[in-house]
Design a protein around this ligand. Structure first.
Ligand code: GLC
Ligand code: GLC
Length: 644
């Protein structure tokens, strides 16, 4: 590491050398002063991030120039409307922490056929109160092997079955008019083997072979593999794939057709920067950075969450501040909670999935106890950076991995994280006696005995089995579980993200077993085609979809109209009942959530230290006034209480 003064001086010198060379691009820019002032403001930071990555290369200055020229060109191409949005966001940088922000996520084809279909359903998003819409990968991808779109063949072309890039830009603009921000994935750890870069590499172009991580012989991959985690041990064991055409081994962390990019090559950084800015210029407001931990590798390490991965994301972020400041990054790191937190911050990813909360909500439903959830959240919910936010969710398109920290578990006397995970897997596959869940296994690893779980919220929460038993009490409990865990993501601090379909209590979709390209990947069980007939029932609260939809809609409405639910902080505390989760929002709202099928009560003494209780309180979720002397909760009941 170079000392900071030296870096500052080098940055100043480089910028002086760079500016005249940018003249051809700057000359045509009506708002060149704006670009130059942002460049002046952010170049020192950018330089200090890129130098440790690429400074030792003899042509570092050349790459720096290429990177800044790319930023300038993409800024010049940025539509005026989006430049106006840049100003708006710069004036209100914390917009994403407001109480009215509400997210939804879906696949374009499964939800509505194509991009036009999405447009036609804007009314549905509005009915739910969404202000943030994440459309899962919609780019050109191999027809027969694409990991649900997460193997991208072109970041600039929409899958032709879904629409065109111009339709995407038009959709982004239309959504924005309705107060909805478009969120897309940026699958930047790898490309598909049909991306133009991969094709050129396959044809023997050495420059493009340098875009990926290729090895002539097996010993080095073997050496790396000693420490690497297998992500898909069933479908894609190992982390390298032999390419007979090249007689080389290619690094493939995920599937054999997802080739990891080589970020130690500055040309890759520049090329991906251009793709990123291209998407920003289509009107995307948040990019979900896919699989962030994996982007940098080093022999002898697990090659996840290495310091260089952070430098790369920070460097990308810094260029966004110069060329497309409205754009924000969201991190997708489904790893140990310490590592999840390491990506969060204004200078890196202001927004992050909260996989620890997600997994522990399910853990609490299985155990009926909240000790691990509470303890982990006390430790880990507060964010280090004011200008950041969690994305809280119950389910996503991926499997559930039990990524809680073993040390947190030990601290609440769950001494074997390993055994606890095995219990959770047995519970959610329905094998554990008395389980209510109908989940299915995902990627059992016979060496580590690790496994993850698939299934929709409704099926994991017990609705599928309850319906087949015909037992009304069990059905009622399942519905309450669905609502309970959503009530937490809607009231804990951060952006709530609804996995569309869950608002209708959609159960598992077993049809995937008969579909080509899906049968081998059980995640498709919770990626059903959206059932619009079922959606019709949403207006009728005597039906299951109607009950869940209207209750969630009401909770969303309350959340959006309660400023005390904005921002990030939630103070979790011990309610002195093993089954009841409690936290306070902004000193004002007390949330209680009963994770058991038994009536419970919480005494005033248990809450008095944390919340200034009056004799009575209003439950915002039902509009009922209750006594706070001894708060009674029915099975799976939750309350959002405000002093009456
Ligand atoms: C992300 C996606 C997941 C995909 C993986 C590889 O984690 O969420 O669906 O399989 O990346 O791209
Ligand atoms: C692992 C990865 C995550 C990916 C998931 C897909 O958990 O860490 O990035 O989404 O696998 O199953």
């Amino acid at each position: 590491m170079q000392n900071p003064e030296w870096l500052t001086r080098q940055a100043e010198k480089s910028l002086l050398r760079l500016l005249p060379r940018l003249e051809p691009v700057l000359a045509e820019m009506p708002d060149r002063d704006l670009f130059i002032s942002r460049l002046n403001a952010y170049f020192p930071t950018l330089f200090s991030l890129l130098h440790p990555l690429y400074g030792a290369q003899y042509d570092f200055f050349y790459h720096l120039e290429q990177i800044i020229t790319t930023a300038a060109r993409m800024f010049a191409a940025r539509p005026g409307e989006l430049k106006a949005l840049d100003h708006q966001r710069e004036a209100e940088p914390l917009w994403f922490r407001a109480e009215n922000i509400m997210g939804g996520i879906c696949y374009v084809n499964l939800f509505a056929g194509n991009l036009n279909g999405i447009r036609d359903h804007i009314g549905y998003f509005e009915e739910l109160g969404l202000t943030y819409l994440h459309l899962m990968p919609l780019f050109r991808a191999p027809a027969d092997h694409n990991d649900g779109g997460y193997a991208v063949s072109s970041f600039r072309e929409v899958d032709s079955a879904l629409g065109t890039i111009d339709e995407l830009a038009a959709l982004a603009a239309e959504l924005r008019q309705h107060g909805i921000s478009l969120v897309l994935d940026f699958v930047f750890n790898h490309t598909s083997d049909e991306h133009d870069w991969a094709k050129r590499a396959l044809k023997g172009d050495p420059d493009y072979q340098e875009f990926y991580l290729m090895f002539d012989e097996r010993p080095l991959p073997d050496e790396y593999e000693k420490n690497l985690r297998e992500i898909f041990p069933e479908q894609a064991p190992g982390s390298f794939t032999y390419q007979p055409k090249l007689d080389k081994w290619v690094w493939t962390t995920f599937h054999t057709y997802q080739w990891d990019l080589n970020y130690s090559n500055p040309a890759v950084f520049r090329a991906m920067l251009e793709e990123m800015l291209f998407l920003a210029n289509q009107g995307v407001e948040i990019l979900r950075l896919d699989a962030v931990p994996f982007i940098w590798k080093r022999l002898g390490t697990i090659s996840e969450s290495l310091p260089e991965a952070h430098l790369i994301i920070r460097a990308f972020n810094t260029v966004m501040r110069i060329a497309a400041p409205a754009l924000l990054f969201k991190s997708e790191a489904i790893v140990h909670p310490d590592d999840v937190a390491s990506y969060i911050g204004w200078g890196e990813c202001p927004i992050s999935y909260n996989p620890t909360l997600m997994a522990l909500l399910w853990e609490s439903l299985a155990t009926r106890e909240v000790k691990l959830l509470r303890h982990s959240m006390v430790k880990r919910f507060p964010l280090p950076d004011e200008k950041s936010s969690w994305v809280n969710y119950v389910r996503s398109h991926d499997d559930i991995g039990w990524s809680f920290a073993d040390e947190d578990a030990a601290e609440v006397r769950i001494y074997s994280g390993f055994d606890h995970r095995r219990f959770l897997n047995a519970f959610y596959t329905g094998e554990f006696p008395g389980s209510f869940a109908a989940g299915i296994p995902f990627n059992f690893n016979p060496h580590t005995l690790d496994m993850r779980i698939c299934g929709t919220t409704a099926s994991l929460a017990g609705l599928e089995r309850a319906l087949s038993s015909g037992d009304d009490t069990l059905i009622e409990y399942a519905l309450r579980r669905i609502l309970l865990i959503h009530s937490v993501i809607l009231s804990a601090g951060g952006i709530p993200l609804l996995y569309l379909g869950d608002e209708l209590a959609t159960t598992n979709y077993y049809g995937y077993e008969l579909e080509a390209g899906k049968a081998h990947d059980s995640r498709w069980v919770h990626r059903p085609p959206f059932d619009w007939q079922r959606a019709e029932l949403r207006h009728d609260t005597s039906t299951i979809p109607g009950r869940v939809f209207q209750t969630l809609r009401r909770l969303i409405h309350v959340r959006k109209n309660t400023p005390a639910l904005a921002g990030g902080a939630a103070t979790f505390f011990d309610t002195r009942d093993a089954h009841v989760l409690g936290y306070v929002r902004n000193g004002e709202i007390l949330v209680l959530a009963n994770f058991s099928e038994h009536a419970r009560s919480v005494r005033r003494e248990a809450i008095a230290q944390h919340w200034d209780a009056a004799d009575t309180a209003l439950d915002l979720t039902t509009n009922e006034t209750i006594s706070t002397d001894k708060i009674l909760l029915t099975p799976y009941q939750f309350m959002w209480l405000r002093r009456a």
